[in-house]
Design a binder for this molecule. Structure first.
Ligand code: SAH
Ligand code: SF4
Length: 336
């Protein structure tokens, strides 16, 4: 697919859109089968040293009540998650250096003892630290590149560097992580051409996972008055990512579920094969407000939440994966 093909298909509507989603769904089925992987996510700190202009956790948002979960609280949340059946625990936070190498390595080691896979999503960290987390047993790392347009990246990230973001992705790969990257659809100043370039970049980088979110404005950020991203374009981007990366793990993102009550189901029909239910204790979860509405309808009982999601998956004629959901390169049959 050329860049122009991608631009054209990102705009697909009506029958064209149905065709695109059906094609993505067929490829998902052929390469990965019917299993949907459930990963339990713990959002353990909303402190952040960065100031990304779209995000409610940005350092300059003084209205947010900040929290940090203790090591024991994190482990307890992981125990509840594994007891509920999750085979992967995802640990996510703002960029918070309070969690030093020792703390993160202890958490990773202890959770690995529970017999599950561990995914980290802590933002950018020095290579030595990433290497130590990996040695402690971390399997995967999520770090969205957000946008491949260097100028747009610079405007959105006053304290970030485009080069170090992309560099970090290659470092993570080199360290043997299953690497997740991805984008947000609907950022101000992002054209369809940018999204097409993002998809081509991801094809070249060949990540193990791709998260495609949709921009939802947060009132306490500089982008508070910007309209949200388009659900249709986001779903089309999910489908096109499945076409160019047939075996990648592709979540139906929480952002899509937040902006569209049927977002998850629709993404699962457009090529997605992963859901990341939130298992953060409820009183903290409300404060992890990257964008508004994120914890709307949140429930305290993880077993009920999981049952509802499992019912939805079965309702689509799919199954709930029982394995760890590692990424295997289909051609070589090796785990990376
Ligand atoms: N601090 C880490 C992980 C937490 S942020 C990091 O930045 O990598 C997780 C993701 O939330 C980001 O990658 C970004 O894509 C998404 N996000 C932030 N603000 C958002 C918004 N307003 N709408 C939708 N997604 C948003
Ligand atoms: Fe911090 Fe991540 Fe939000 Fe940026 S996107 S402000 S790094 S939590």
């Amino acid at each position: 697919m050329t860049k122009q093909d991608l631009i054209d298909r990102l705009q697909a509507r009506g029958q064209e859109q149905e065709k695109l989603w059906a094609e993505a769904d067929r490829i998902r089925k052929e390469t990965l089968g019917e299993a949907v992987h459930l990963r339990g996510i713990i959002e353990f700190s909303n402190y952040c040293v960065r100031n990304c202009v779209y995000c409610g956790l940005r350092r300059d948002n003084r209205r947010l009540l900040r929290y940090r979960m203790s090591v024991e609280e994190i482990l307890q949340a992981a125990r509840i998650g594994t007891a509920a059946g999750y085979k992967t625990i995802v640990l996510q936070s703002g960029e918070d250096p309070w969690y030093d190498v020792d703390k993160i390595c202890t958490i990773v080691r202890e959770i690995k003892q529970m017999g599950v896979a561990v995914t980290l999503s802590l933002g950018e960290r020095p290579k030595e630290e990433l290497a130590q987390f990996r040695q402690a047993g971390a399997d995967r790392y999520l770090l969205k590149h957000e946008t491949i347009d260097p100028d747009l990246y610079a405007r959105l990230h006053p304290r970030g560097s485009y080069r170090s973001r992309i560099g970090a992705l290659y470092t993570l790969k080199e360290l043997g992580y299953q690497v997740g990257t991805g984008i947000m659809v609907g950022l101000p100043g992002q054209g369809l051409e940018t999204i097409a370039a993002d998809i081509l970049f991801m094809k070249e980088f060949a990540p193990a996972m791709v998260g495609i979110g949709v921009f939802i404005p947060h009132p306490n950020t500089p982008l508070g008055a910007t309209p949200p991203g388009s659900v249709d374009i986001t779903l089309n981007a999910v489908a096109l990512t499945r076409l160019v990366l047939p075996d990648v793990h592709l979540p139906a993102t929480t952002a899509l579920a937040t902006i569209d009550p049927k977002g998850r189901e629709r993404a699962l029909r457009a090529g997605a094969n992963v859901i990341m239910p939130n298992i953060t204790p409820l009183h903290y979860r409300r404060k992890y407000e990257i964008y508004p509405g994120k914890s709307r309808g949140a429930r305290a009982n993880h077993l009920t939440v999981r049952e509802e999601i499992e019912d939805m998956i079965r309702g689509l004629g799919r199954t709930v994966a029982q394995d760890h959901g590692h990424y295997y390169r289909r051609d070589a049959n090796v785990q990376i």
